[in-house]
Unconditional design. Structure first.
Ligand code: FES
Length: 115
């Protein structure tokens, strides 16, 4: 079997850490799964990726890469928790693909709205 080339590279930061990520499309189910694997974030991704708990927030403001359309579930969850800051997305709703290349992903640490 030919190993996958890790051709998707980006920076992940939060909780005082900054990690250079190298991955490939399909290595992880979604961005939340990757983050759970690479970094310890307390109470992150509590609903395991169904888009309902709102604990897997990322700051994507100013990143050209994360252009994926927001699905109804994601929008409803952000509305439910009154997440008003533009550019916040649920990492469980974002796939690992070339859109992430050369971006910097920041985990939202202040998530009082979703407690
Ligand atoms: S893991 Fe629950 S909304 Fe993303």
């Amino acid at each position: 079997m030919i190993p996958h080339k890790k051709d998707i590279r980006f920076t992940l930061s939060g909780y005082g850490e900054e990690i250079a990520i190298e991955t490939f499309e399909g290595e992880f189910r979604n961005l939340m799964t990757l983050i759970n694997e690479k970094m310890y974030v307390p109470d992150f991704g509590e609903c395991k990726g169904i888009g309902r708990c709102g604990t897997c927030l990322l700051e994507t403001k100013g990143l050209g890469g994360l252009s994926a359309e927001m699905e109804r579930n994601e929008k409803a969850t952000l509305d439910k928790f009154a997440v008003k800051m533009p550019g916040l997305r649920l990492s469980c709703q974002l796939m690992i693909n070339a859109d992430l290349n050369n971006t910097s992903i920041k985990i939202v640490e202040e998530r009082e709205d979703v407690r």
